[in-house]
Design a protein around this ligand. Structure first.
Ligand code: AMP
Ligand code: MG
Length: 273
């Protein structure tokens, strides 16, 4: 995920907190080892390398995350789509310096999740078309934070704030004084959080240059081009996996997609800029 993760924990036993934090950070590393397409040998790297030739067996939890990603893809009419890796690679985000010619990007269908075939009995994933690449960049850090927060809660931590790349934030419980955690959006607005997650997606998060244009890193799968009109979208959910994926969908869809995304998120709180 190539992202910086930071955790703040409160409690009365520093040794226990340190042990819990180390376990949670190790879990983030473990998740990165299976979800990052940049880690050679990760489940994602293996699907992208050979998933078109034969089904690739996943760790069961990675398989379930891909199933969740496909459900979110359907719930957002394809605005969130992990086959966006196909365009990310073609635009040069996966291998900086070596963009492929744009016209060689495979034409994908507008059916969400098309190009991916799952076999739940064998935990295998197959890519049904040549050139399709999966990318969990819009959901993986949220999933890793959910797993880390689970471990902290299991260890008895009742007050913590976790973030991955400052774009997905998980509040465990409240601040030590019992107030909700407060996290500022790029717009300056302070958002109260209590056992919730906030994700922010922005076109300026990562960019590549193509000739004289700057391309943002969130792709509108319906057109295969980087999102331009909307600059930022933010969303609060119970789960960081969902807030991460759905903030990306909200950036793609803009205010017109707010109702559909909030329904999928079971949330009422979203922001645009
Ligand atoms: P985020 O910062 O969470 O909005 O995620 C953006 C990242 O997810 C990008 O850097 C890509 O790796 C990937 N991505 C880009 N567009 C999409 C999309 N429409 N659906 C799913 N993932 C995407
Ligand atoms: Mg996201």
């Amino acid at each position: 995920m190539a992202t910086r993760f930071e955790f703040v924990l409160h409690g009365s036993n520093p040794a226990a907190l340190r042990a819990a934090a180390e376990e949670a950070l190790d879990e983030v590393d473990r998740q990165e080892g299976q979800l990052s397409l940049f880690r050679p040998g990760s489940d994602l790297a293996r699907i992208n390398a050979s998933g078109h030739h034969a089904p690739v067996r996943m760790a069961p939890e990675v398989f379930r995350l891909i199933e969740r990603a496909l459900a979110l893809s359907h719930a957002t009419d394809g605005a969130f789509d992990i086959t966006a890796g196909t365009w990310m690679r073609a635009l040069g985000f996966h291998a900086p310096g070596e963009p492929e010619p744009f016209h060689e990007i495979p034409t994908l269908s507008s059916v969400p999740g098309n190009g991916i075939e799952l076999d739940p009995s064998a935990f295998t994933v197959r890519l049904t078309r040549a050139g399709v690449r999966l990318d969990l960049g819009a959901i993986g850090k949220g999933y890793a934070l959910d797993r880390a927060a689970d471990l902290l809660r299991d260890a008895g931590v009742s007050s913590a704030l976790l973030h991955g790349g400052t774009s997905t934030i998980v509040a465990v419980g409240t601040t030590p004084s019992g107030e909700p955690w407060k996290v500022a959006l790029p717009t300056g607005e302070a958002i109260p959080l209590r056992d919730e997650s906030l994700s922010v997606s922005a076109t300026w998060g990562r960019t590549v240059r193509s000739g004289t244009t700057t391309l943002g890193h969130v792709i509108d799968p319906r057109s295969g081009t980087p999102v331009e009109g909307n600059r930022m979208a933010a969303l609060v959910c119970a789960s960081a996996t969902d807030s991460d994926a759905l903030s990306t969908a909200l950036l793609v869809l803009g205010p017109a997609g707010r109702d559909a995304v909030l329904r999928a998120a079971r949330s009422t709180r979203s922001w645009f800029a």
